[in-house]
Design a protein around this ligand. Structure first.
Ligand code: MN
Length: 332
């Protein structure tokens, strides 16, 4: 079943007011972002978490992975003292807020907690968002969930200090590809200006996010580039490759270190769509897709059980690489 991919947003004022009311009257608030968190998911969650804690709320924040581990490149983000393992998460939160999560299953092992939550506020910008909250602050026109997180903090009347701004900025630069993607509006730059004015260090954030890798990354990248395939006849051109668990293990490279390889693959001029299949530590294949715009990869990935944005989307496959690629080719 292909979910309804309509554009949603902006968030009606009445919904913001309801969110402010729910948050203001709650003593204990449980926050969650999607599994394999990126800078936007984790940054948005930590930003609101820090703001709420400073306002005297009891806050628990997590993401639903049994092997709970913050990706190395996000460990510089402030506010991680509010993180708790999924086991320590409230089973039926009074108020739960999710960040950058389009579907309940992207909450991983916290999906059950979300279903049992009395109130569930969904803060997200994915077109594929299913509206699974009791209140959905979803705007597919927002460049990042961090944009919505900033607005929520502002509407709560809470101050944005340098630590909170660093988390929001990480979300903003992650999802706009450092202000290069089509989502980079004047509003995005104005938000970056507000955040930078708190004294955060854009150079340091960029280096932490993109310019540091263990040596093993270069070796794995070499292997992955060696097997990259160009299929100009598929759709508007397809370039793809894959990285196995064995590739990573040979160089002691954790799964989250291969996230950025898609940005090398998608440079290929002859292909509109770039795909990388990444075998995770459980043997499942996490498939990332990028489009230059001719193909709506959110639609393609939704048909394969995933989701995302028009130009950046993904899904999980439990089939062998060639079978997964056959399904993808058929859709392209
Ligand atoms: Mn996002």
């Amino acid at each position: 079943m292909t979910p309804d991919l309509r554009d949603v947003g902006p968030v009606p004022v009445g919904d913001w007011d309801r969110a402010v009311g729910l948050i203001s009257s709650a003593d204990e608030i449980a926050l969650a972002c999607h599994v394999s968190p990126d800078g936007d998911a984790l940054g948005s969650m930590l930003a609101l978490g820090m703001a709420l804690r400073a306002a005297g709320k009891r806050v628990t924040a997590s993401f639903g992975e049994r092997r709970f581990r913050v990706p190395r490149l996000l460990r510089f983000l402030p506010g991680q003292e509010i993180l708790a393992e999924p086991d320590a998460y409230p089973l039926a939160p009074e108020l739960m807020i999710t960040f950058d999560v389009p579907t309940v299953d992207r909450l991983g092992v916290l999906a059950g907690n979300a279903v049992k939550a009395r109130e569930l506020i969904v803060v997200d910008h994915h077109r594929s968002n299913t509206g699974f909250g009791t209140l959905n602050l979803v705007d597919s026109g927002a460049a990042a969930t961090a944009v919505l997180a900033e607005e929520l903090i502002n509407r709560l009347g809470l101050p944005v200090d340098k630590a909170i701004a660093t988390c929001l900025y990480a979300g903003l630069v992650t999802d706009t590809g450092s202000f290069r993607h089509s989502s980079t509006t004047p509003g995005v730059h104005l938000m970056a200006a507000r955040l930078t004015a708190t004294g955060l260090n854009p150079e340091e954030i960029a280096r932490e996010l993109w310019d540091r890798s263990p040596f093993g990354y270069l070796k794995v990248l070499g292997t992955v580039l060696d097997r990259v395939t160009l299929e100009p006849e598929v759709g508007e051109g397809l370039v793809w490759t894959f990285v196995t668990r064995a590739d990573r293990e040979a160089h002691g490279l954790p799964y989250d270190e291969v996230e950025g390889i898609i940005d090398v693959i998608r440079r290929t001029e002859e292909a509109d769509v770039a795909v990388i299949l990444k075998e995770d530590d459980d043997g499942a294949w996490q498939v990332s897709t990028r489009s230059k715009g001719a193909v709506d990869v959110a639609r393609v990935c939704a048909a394969l059980g995933g989701g995302g944005h028009t130009k950046a989307a993904g899904f999980t496959s439990h089939l062998p690489v060639e079978q997964t690629m056959a399904s993808l080719r058929a859709l392209l």
